[in-house]
Design a protein around this ligand. Structure first.
Ligand SMILES: *Cc1c(COP(=O)(O)O)cnc(C)c1O
Length: 431
C-alpha cells in the first residue's frame, strides 16, 4: 500500500517512509491510497471473534501488503494485550471502555502498535531512531509506555516543569530503560517549539534519525479503527441502527472511525462530542472552518483550537460539507454541563464517567432517535482525573486502579533543561 499527502494527492510513499517520517515533506498528512472493504459475511461472523482476532483482520487490510502475515499477527497480538469491552450504562447507551491498557487511556492502542511497527522496520536496517515527544500530560505517558523496552528506539519526553499532574508525571519519569524525561523550564508550547526546531535542524538530522509519535502518524491513528469493529461485534442491540459518539480533540480517533465505516462497518452515523473548543462543531453548522486559540477546560485532552486530523476528514469526503454532515453531527459542552453529566450518570446509573467520556454520553442522551442504539468512547479512566471527578461525586468515590497506583510508587528521574534550543541541541548531540 502506498500513501499520499493531503497536500499533494500525486505523492506516493511506502508505509515505512510514512511511519518513520510521520508528517509529509510538504507538511500534509499521509493517507492510504485505497481503503479495502470487508465482505458482508465478515459482519455476520464478527461476533464469534475475539478483539485480537478482529484487530488482526483489520490490520491485514491496512498493513497486509507491507508486513509478512506471521510478523503482523505477532505484532497485533503483542500490541493489543488488553480488552476494550462494551458496558451498558442505561437501556440504549453503552460505553466502549478504552482504558484497560497500561496508561488507562485509548492512546495506548495506537502508541503500542506504532512502537512495534517502527521496531519491525528498524530491525531490517539496524538503525536507531530517536522519538521526540512534547507532552502536556497524556500523550507522553502513552508513548513512553508503548515504546518501553522496544529495541532500536530511544524516547525523549519533553514536559513543562510543574504543569503536569503528579500521576501524569509519574507515568513517564519512573520508567527508565530507553525512556528519558526532560523537564523543561517553560510551557507546553516551549516543549513543542524545541521538538519542531530539532526536526528542522540540518546538523542534528545529519547525525540522528529523529521522528515524532503523535496522531498525525498513520501507524498511530489507523489502528484505532480496531476497536470500532470490536464495538460493533459486542453490541447487544444489533437490530437497531448504531450511532457512535467520539469525544474529540485532534480528531484522530473520529477519523479512524470514519475509516472503519468506509471499510463497510455498519455504523449509521457518528457524533463528534466537544468541550467548549467548538471549531469542528461550528464547521458542521456553518461549513466554515475557523481555527482559534484553545480554551482550557476540565476535559483537557480535548483542548485543541486547530485539530490536526481535520484535513484527513476533508480529504476523505472530498471537501464536501454536505457529505460530511450526512455522517457526523456535532455537540459541544461547557465544564458545568460535563460536571452535571458525571453526577447524574453516577447517581442514576452507578457508572463513573471521566470528563471526556461524559461529553460522549451526553450527546447520545440528547441525540439518539427511536430505533437507534448508542455507544460512546470512554477514552480514559476517571481516576486519571481524580480531582475533577471527586469534586463532583465526593471524596473517596473514585477507586484508583492498581496499575495507576504502581506508577506513583516509582522513583522520578528527569533531566532539567531550560527552554533554550541550544541547550536541547547540546543534549541531543551528546547521544
Ligand atoms: C487524546 C484524548 C482525546 C482526544 O482524542 P483525539 O483523537 O485527539 O480527538 C479524548 N480523550 C482523552 C482522554 C484523550 O487522551
Amino acid at each position: 500500500m502506498r500513501y499520499y499527502s493531503t497536500n499533494n494527492t500525486d505523492t506516493r510513499v511506502t508505509l515505512e517512509h510514512a511511519v518513520i517520517k510521520g508528517l509529509a515533506e510538504d507538511n500534509g498528512l499521509y493517507m492510504p491510497e485505497f481503503i479495502d472493504k470487508f465482505d458482508k459475511s465478515f459482519f455476520e461472523e464478527i461476533g464469534n471473534l475475539s478483539f485480537q482476532e478482529i484487530a488482526f483482520e483489520v490490520a491485514k487490510k491496512f498493513f497486509g501488503d507491507d508486513v509478512e502475515y506471521d510478523e503482523l499477527k505477532a505484532l497485533v497480538y503483542d500490541a493489543i494485550n488488553f480488552d476494550c469491552p462494551v458496558i451498558a450504562v442505561n437501556d440504549n447507551i453503552y460505553s466502549l471502555e478504552l482504558f484497560h491498557g497500561p496508561t488507562l487511556a485509548f492512546k495506548d492502542v495506537g502508541a503500542r502498535f506504532m512502537a512495534r511497527l517502527l521496531a519491525y522496520f528498524l530491525k531490517q536496517n539496524d538503525e536507531i531512531v530517536h522519538v521526540l515527544v512534547a507532552t502536556s500530560g497524556d500523550t507522553g505517558s502513552a508513548v513512553a509506555n508503548g515504546f518501553l523496552d522496544v529495541e532500536g528506539i530511544q524516547v525523549h519526553v519533553l514536559y513543562p516543569k510543574g504543569k503536569v499532574s503528579a500521576i501524569q508525571e509519574s507515568q513517564f519519569t519512573t520508567l527508565g530503560q530507553n525512556i528519558t524525561s526532560l523537564e523543561i523550564d517553560g510551557t507546553f508550547d516551549d516543549c513543542q517549539r524545541l521538538v519542531k526546531s530539532a526536526f528542522l535542524d540540518e546538523q542534528l538530522n545529519g547525525r540522528l534519525t529523529l521522528t515524532s509519535a503523535n496522531s498525525i502518524n498513520v501507524a498511530r491513528f489507523l489502528p484505532q479503527a480496531f476497536y470500532y469493529f470490536n464495538a460493533f461485534a459486542r453490541n447487544p442491540q444489533k437490530d437497531k441502527n448504531l450511532v457512535i459518539s467520539v469525544p474529540s480533540g485532534n480528531f484522530g480517533n473520529l477519523t479512524a472511525g470514519l475509516f472503519a465505516k468506509r471499510m463497510g462497518l455498519p455504523i449509521s452515523r457518528f457524533i463528534a462530542a466537544n468541550n467548549r473548543n467548538d471549531i469542528v462543531y461550528n464547521y458542521l453548522k456553518t461549513g466554515k472552518y475557523a481555527p482559534k486559540a484553545s480554551v482550557q477546560t476540565i476535559a483537557n485532552a480535548m483542548d485543541v483550537g486547530d485539530p490536526s486530523n481535520f484535513v484527513r476528514i476533508l480529504d476523505l469526503y472530498e471537501h464536501s460539507h454536505s457529505r460530511i454532515t450526512a455522517h457526523i453531527e456535532g455537540y459541544t459542552y461547557t465544564d458545568q454541563q460535563i460536571r452535571d453529566t458525571i453526577k447524574h450518570v453516577y447517581q442514576k446509573h452507578n457508572y463513573l464517567l471521566d470528563p471526556h467520556g461524559a461529553c460522549g454520553y451526553q450527546s447520545l442522551q440528547e441525540g439518539l432517535k427511536e430505533n437507534e442504539t448508542g455507544i460512546f468512547l470512554e477514552t480514559a479512566h476517571p481516576a486519571k482525573f481524580t480531582e475533577t471527578v471527586e469534586e463532583v461525586v465526593g471524596k473517596g468515590n473514585v477507586p484508583i486502579p492498581e496499575k495507576l497506583a504502581e506508577f506513583m510508587k516509582g522513583k522520578k528521574k528527569s533531566i532539567a533543561l531550560s527552554n533554550e534550543f541550544n541547550e536541547f541541541k547540546e543534549y541531543l548531540n551528546k547521544l
